[in-house]
Structure formats: C-alpha cells, structure tokens
Design a protein around this ligand. Structure first.
Ligand SMILES: [Zn+2]
Ligand SMILES: [Zn+2]
Length: 218
C-alpha cells in the first residue's frame, strides 16, 4: 500500500471543470450509488470549492432530487474512469485527504529498515554495528529480522551495543532474553562487568567501582 501511495503522490491529475489539481483521498468504504466498492483504496478528487461543477451542483440537485447536495469531480487511479460524485456538504471529503507527510515519513522509515536488513549480510565482516542496532531498536521491524539482528551481536562483539540496548525496553520477552544473554557474553569477552550501582562498565576484577567508588566486594 505504501508504494502505491508514493506512486500516486507523484502523479498529477487535473479537474476538467476548473483545471485545479485533484487531491489524493482515501476512498469511502462503499460506492454511494450502488453499494459496490470503488475497486481502489484511493481516489483523486477535486476539492476546489470554486469549481464550477461543485458550484452549479447545489441548484441542480435541489431541482432534480429535491435535497441538499452537490457534485465533486473524481477519478479512479490507474483507470480511465471518472465520476461526478454526489456529496452532501462542503466537507464531505476533506477528512479523507491522504496525509502525504505522514506517508513520506513512513516511507523513509521503511527504507531505513530495508537498508538495514540488506546490510545484515556482511555487517560482521565490516564490523558495522549500526544496521543491527537500527533493527533491534525499532519495534515496528518484524521479529524475524530483529532476531536475526540479535544473533549477530555476539559475532560483532562490539561493546558499544551495550548502552543503547540496555536503554531500550523490549516488549518481546524472547528477544529481551536473547539480547540480555548477548550483552553478558560480550561483556565477558571484554573482561568487563556493569557496576550494580552506577551501571558504568568496569573490569571484572575490580573490587571498587572507579566511577562511583562504591565497594563491590561486600
Ligand atoms: Zn474542479
Ligand atoms: Zn559504579
């Protein structure tokens, strides 16, 4: 759906009645006329209140059907179909305008995730912790990819992973456990431990924390 929207965002459609550009909107759930779906999740709609079709529509519908309403011009994406859609008020469609900025942000996040997933293949070779952290710290990534990222923590053996991972709350208890065990292994590999008082990394052999000066022997 995301790629579809991004493609539609790039498209320009113009209203034949007012030459204004059509706005990308979420399609209403049913075809107002016959109860059928639009066959598309999105519609391009002329939302110009000065559009002649929209202005003249009020009188036309009043005279023809005896109720309040007008028409908005719309096109169905990827088809040659266009309609004059009956609307009951000025704001009938404004609530369903596609939030383009939100979609772009979502798409940037999606791209970052895809790049990170692709980078997992040779991140150990390149000693690159970044893709692993990108995926582990993003709760919207699939558990398959996050588990794969977690499995690379120990091979990477990068002490820099400890702080960001400790600061993240993992909702998935299995992943939380995997990460916890990986951190323990990495600390042991570096002959380090976390001070139980101030959480700074110190030597395993230390009896006094060099950061907080607390006695670790007691
Ligand atoms: Zn128009
Ligand atoms: Zn300490």
């Amino acid at each position: 759906m995301l790629t579809t929207v991004l493609k539609y965002i790039e498209e320009k459609h113009y209203c034949p009645h007012c030459s204004g550009d059509l706005k990308l909107c979420h399609a209403p759930p049913v075809h107002v006329g016959d109860g059928l779906g639009w066959g598309s999740e999105f519609l391009f709609v002329c939302l110009n209140d000065e559009c002649p079709l929209f202005i003249k529509g009020w009188d036309y519908i009043e005279n023809q059907y005896g109720h309040v309403g007008s028409y908005r011009y719309m096109e169905i994406p990827n088809s040659k179909e266009s309609y004059n859609m009956m609307v009951v008020g000025k704001d009938a469609f404004t609530g369903s305008i596609v939030d383009i900025e939100a979609f772009k942000l979502q798409s940037e996040q999606f791209k970052r995730q895809q790049d990170a997933i692709a980078a997992l293949d040779n991140c150990v070779e390149q000693q690159s912790l970044e893709p692993v952290l990108t995926l582990l710290l993003d709760d919207s990534v699939s558990s398959k990819n996050r588990n794969r990222a977690a499995s690379l923590l120990v091979p990477l053996n990068d002490i820099a992973c400890v702080e960001p991972l400790r600061n993240h709350t993992f909702k998935d208890p299995n992943l939380a456990q995997t990460v916890k065990m990986a951190i323990a292994k990495i600390l042991a590999n570096h002959f380090l431990k976390e001070c139980p008082y101030c959480a700074e990394l110190i030597k395993v052999r230390a009896v006094v924390c060099k950061h907080c000066q607390r006695d670790l022997a007691s």
